[in-house]
Design a protein around this ligand. Structure first.
Ligand code: ZN
Length: 298
């Protein structure tokens, strides 16, 4: 029996003040289940119950990868680069989805060579995987921005946990060679006019979030602060297997969720359901994700 091919949007553009923001679905993967990835074995039942309460199958963990293109009118700034060809170039990783970012950027009217700045929120491979293809830089005319602490951590290679050893190898091959074309940001730094770095460390040692602001409209790109739109936001205390420093990641989640709710930010999350944009609402005992509907449409 032939199956009807899936048809889903992979490009979504909206307006933020005078900025254009385009969310691009580079790829997605479906993991076995939400548990034990979230909360470990100890919280397996609670995670399953929470998934069911949110009408998602606890045994199906859909995980999208969503780079964001910001056009400020002066510069085109890309946040993160998706999976690229990691599955081919590093077969030891096992099957990985092939990144579609370059072709989707072309469809969106901004081919990779037109990108002026590539910002890497952190060094995990689903964020740096699209930097090179066939040994060539994909964003051939871009300069790069890395978090200073993050870059330093991966380059030094000390205290890299076992599960991240291959990630470190990949970092050294595709991110480290870009150092001479890069600047290194710290929390509080303005990386281009209207974009400021915020400390989001924990998920990785120097992860940065970015607050994008134009004419009073504010979008917080929180990268991987939360890994799942229901579990991580309703139970920010639960650690994720992919969090490098689990305690710090949970504290950062709590801090950033509180800030997003208090400041009424729009939020863009790399692993939130496409296009990955929404609000954070306070609830009786935590928070919930409210997807963007039409607030930012022109
Ligand atoms: Zn990620």
């Amino acid at each position: 029996m032939t199956q009807t091919p899936q048809v889903k949007p992979t490009i979504d553009r909206f307006r933020l003040g005078v900025f254009d923001i385009t969310c691009i679905l580079d790829s997605k993967t479906v993991r076995g289940g939400l548990t034990p990835s979230h909360g470990g074995e100890a919280h397996a039942e609670a995670v399953r119950a929470l998934a069911r309460a949110n009408r998602v199958d606890p045994e199906r963990y859909e995980h999208p990868f969503t780079p964001i293109l910001l056009d400020t009118g002066r510069e085109r700034v890309l946040f993160d680069t998706g999976n690229g060809a990691l599955g081919k170039d590093f077969p030891q990783l096992g099957p990985r989805p092939e990144g579609r970012l370059p072709e989707l950027l072309r469809q969106a009217g901004c081919p990779p060579e037109k990108i002026d700045v590539v910002v890497i929120t952190h060094g995990h491979m689903d964020h740096i995987g699209g930097l090179f293809r066939g040994g060539e830089r994909v964003f051939s005319n871009a300069r790069y921005v890395f978090g200073a602490a993050e870059f330093d951590f991966w380059r030094r290679g000390e205290n890299v946990r076992e599960a991240r050893r291959v990630n470190r190898e990949i970092f050294m091959q595709v991110a480290a060679p870009l150092a001479e074309r890069a600047t290194f940001a710290n929390p509080g730094d303005e990386i281009v006019p209207g974009v400021r770095a915020i400390d989001a460390s924990g998920h990785s040692p120097g992860m940065l979030a970015f607050l994008i602001e134009s004419e009073g409209k504010r979008l917080l790109n929180w990268s991987d602060t939360c890994g799942h739109f229901a579990i991580s936001i309703q139970r920010p205390d639960l650690s994720l297997d992919v969090d490098d420093d689990k305690e710090k990641a949970a504290a950062t989640r709590a801090r950033i969720l509180e800030m997003a709710a208090r400041e009424e930010f729009f939020v863009a999350g790399y692993h939130m359901p496409f296009p990955g944009v929404g609000y954070i609402d306070r609830t009786a005992n935590g928070y919930r994700w409210v997807p963007h509907s039409y607030q930012l449409n022109p």
